[in-house]
Design a protein around this ligand. Sequence first.
Ligand code: NAD
Length: 499
Amino acid sequence: MTTTQNRPTVRRSETSLITAADLPPHGHFVNGTFQGGQEAEAFDIVDPATEALIARVPNGAAADVENAVQAALAAKAAWGRLLPKARSEVLHAIADRIAENAEVLVRLEAANTGKPISAARDDVDGTVDTFRFMAGALRATTSMAAGNYAEDHLSLILREPLGVVGVVTPWNYPLLMAAWKLAPILAAGNTVVIKPSEQTPLSTLKLAELIADLIPAGVLNVVTGLGPVVGAGLTAHPDVDMIALTGSVNSGKAVARGAAESLKRVHLELGGKAPVVVFEDADLAETAAALRVASFYNTGQECGAACRILVQESVAEEFIGHLTREVEAIVVGDPGAGEDVEVGPVVSKAHFDRVAGFLERAAADGVRAAAGGAVLEGSGYFVAPTVLVDVPEGAECAREEIFGPVVTVETFATEEEAVRRANDTRLGLAASVWTESGRRGHDVAARLDAGTVWVNAHLVLANEVPWGGFKGSGYGRDLSIYALDDYSRTKHVMHNHAR
Ligand code: NAD
């Protein structure tokens, strides 16, 4: 494997972010307590910055899924019957408890994922806000007016919970993705069994520990383990009414197939390869500075990352100059090595090898690295922040989701070509347009095939607005009242009141 010549130095931290006292109890969280933690089979949780073992977590089996689903089933009637106000108060209490314990959650998340401490703090802040938003939103739901739509028949629309929802989450935002699912699912009156990523289960288990006394037993259950066992078990279970996954396209396909037999509802937030269309009239320096954040935030392990740049050829050289200077200034380091660390290690050895493979194949195909271009030496899974240029149309690095600190730059001649090439992908999660022209900003945004399109911005999110993909990026929406709708069912009740 090659290491980069002009490599950034990895800033190291002298102290560990966590101690044994910060770890959650060992076991699955089922029916209000941690249990079943004595399995001989457990898997290692590794700090990606140091490669040190930080915990061992139970490798869940079919029996653990069964226990958790039965607990969720037993709890669903009482939780679903609660008045909106009562459920809202529980969600507010959860938000307060997370905020009070933000500091330990930040350290745990950073230690388990390797993400910079500032990013981990954003995640915990976002988690609190998601619970607060859903606590409010659940008391303000609306539907069509009750009324006579057929002669002498009064129609009412009832909003009901679905029942038991299974959730499977990824490793890039373990706590935040859990919150994006749990808050609307609980707000809508469902009970839940969640399986965090086998690589990053600590913050989800810690959340369960922190809020155990706030929520009735069985309403929230956590089972740790592997996707094809625990995730697939939830997907196939006849008593699970819906399965929601945030993860890769392949896992999404496996879940959709597994859910077909029981015809349960499926909610999929999958991969992305966001095109970023930079027109010649954009403010190039500002665009490059904004993309430094939007492309490399969370070490580029972000489904909406601004990872595939298409720049108009007339300004390509100038833009690449700005972007390269920005990327070479990025501080790489351990999560605990300072507030200004922007890029940490990628999450695991397997992912490190995967990202390195993309870089090696790109180099072999004649793609040039204007910045970075290789992995970094020493302990931990560090990859140099990379800008790949001279990228031909259809190149692997511009087509596949690399999911690391790597951006590609392609060029285009006309607006028409930019739209065609930006949409020439199986994925459709996010995109952005950079231009000073109001007409062009609106027009191109409307023609891009992605669930979120930003104009002169990228990766700005808010709890009030929906997040989710088109095409191969899945279906269903996280955040906003649209998520509440996804986790509810509407029932029409019609009364004959003819005399
Ligand atoms: P992954 O698909 O490998 O794993 C995600 C989860 O799915 C894990 O918990 C895993 O155990 C589980 N899983 C794996 N196989 C399964 C199966 N057969 N049945 C049920 N569950 C199974 O994804 P990852 O590597 O953890 O995360 C990265 C991926 O997630 C990227 O593709 C990224 O784009 C995507 N992602 C999407 C969003 C979004 O909002 N659209 C957000 C974050 C991450």
